[in-house]
Design a protein around this ligand. Structure first.
Ligand SMILES: C[S@@+](CC[C@H](N)C(=O)[O-])C[C@H]1O[C@@H](n2cnc3c(N)ncnc32)[C@H](O)[C@@H]1O
Ligand SMILES: O=c1cc(-c2ccc(O)cc2)oc2c(O)c(O)ccc12
Length: 354
């Protein structure tokens, strides 16, 4: 190597810190899990005002010699913006930040079941086998390591994991309630809506409450919607979106298409088109999903999207898409007009018109 290619020591140390930061980053999810399992966000919330370290340790009812563990945990999570330090009565005390408000149990926007899903040891362990998966013929990491076709076949044979997944999806949907206020025009004038792959109906329930005149059917696999009672303007239907979708004014596809490869997405979208085509005014498909936009998004936003891309590829042989990728599948399914509204944080709402 010529001397001109030898990195300056400052660059080398910067690169080393960058690498170590990444290889130790398994502690990011694990520290959140640690705090949630100790109920720290609940303790601070119930305390009603910022809490000092000794007060927190006392509330945790742990051995006093573990105070240092809690201090280290809180220091890391404060550094990572999960807690904030304030001065109360001349003492440092921890308070919740917007991110840890999402970890207080029993609230409408609580995401602890998403933490439980994404830090589950069985799921996390799979990602030790990414290179084996890539080198082999099997399409998913579930097939490579567990002998299951994909994540769907895994959860449908493991009721506890199915529950973890459905609970996580429900918690995510509750957060949607907040955003619905901003997109009333999307549902204006609709008489009927089918929430395709609507799971246990949490999003549909929110839509039905917000738009009482709208009749909403949740279509999901029979084993997901079995025994779920409808009420008022909400009903459940067991079925398969690859076979048929009932006639309707509009279809909602929330967090569906990123679970499927392009060919399957085109099949789903063609079935959706058929289901809304009889509407005289021309029906529409409402998609809530990720649109990768590396040029415009900030680092953290893109990173979340790229993490999901790997999860989708490893779990389903699917992917996250940029606008070009979306345009391609829309056009193959026979759609020409669409509009993207980036209104759900790292996800967008896409309206697709017949
Ligand atoms: C990622 S979840 C999204 C659930 C819901 N839309 C939400 O956002 O909370 C995907 C859903 O698609 C459903 N699903 C999978 N295959 C399906 C099929 N062939 N027909 C109908 N639904 C299906 C799953 O059971 C699951 O509820
Ligand atoms: O939030 C998730 C997580 C998953 C997931 C994570 C890890 C795995 O090994 C498999 C699946 O899957 C999701 C999904 O399919 C979806 O449509 C939305 C959210 C998530």
């Amino acid at each position: 190597m010529g001397s001109e290619n030898v990195p300056k020591s400052s660059e080398l140390f910067q690169a080393q810190a960058h690498l170590y930061d990444h290889i130790l980053s398994f502690l990011k999810p694990m520290s959140i899990k640690w705090a949630v399992e100790l109920n720290i966000p609940d303790i601070i919330h119930n305390h009603g005002r910022p809490i000092t370290l000794p007060q927190l340790v006392s509330a945790l009812q742990i051995p006093e010699q573990k105070t240092a563990c809690v201090r280290s945990l809180m220091r890391l999570l404060t550094h990572n913006k999960f807690f904030i330090i304030v001065i109360a009565d001349e003492k440092e005390a921890y308070d919740l930040s917007p991110a840890s408000e999402l970890l207080v149990k029993g609230t409408d926007h609580c995401l602890t079941s998403m933490v439980r899903l994404l830090t589950n040891p069985t799921l996390v362990d799979l990602y030790n086998h990414l290179s084996k998966w890539t080198s082999g013929e099997k399409l998913t990491i579930y097939d490579t390591t567990l002998g299951k076709d994909d994540y769907w076949s895994f959860i449908h044979q493991n009721p506890l994991h199915l529950k973890y997944f459905n609970d996580a999806m429900e918690s995510d949907s509750r957060v949607v309630r907040l955003a619905l206020r901003d997109c009333k025009s999307v549902f204006d004038g609709l008489v009927s809506l089918v929430d395709v792959g609507g799971g246990t109906g949490n999003t549909a329930k929110i839509i039905c409450e917000t738009f009482p005149m709208l009749k909403c059917i949740v279509l999901d696999l029979p084993q997901v919607v079995a025994d779920l009672p409808g009420n008022g303007n909400l009903s459940f239907m067991g079925g398969n979106m690859f076979h048929s979708i009932p006639q309707t004014d509009a279809i909602l596809l929330k967090w569906i298409l990123h679970d499927w490869n392009d060919e399957d997405c085109v099949k789903i979208l063609k079935n959706c088109k058929e289901a809304v085509s009889r509407n005289e005014k021309g029906g529409k498909i409402i998609i809530i999903d990720i649109v990768i936009n590396e040029k415009q998004d900030e680092h953290e936003m893109t990173e979340v999207k790229l993490f999901f891309d790997i999860v989708m590829m490893a779990s389903f042989n699917a992917k996250e898409r940029d606008e070009e990728n979306w345009k391609k599948i829309f056009s193959e399914a026979g759609f020409t007009r669409y509009k993207i509204f980036p209104i759900f944080g790292f996800r967008s709402l896409i309206e697709l018109y017949v």
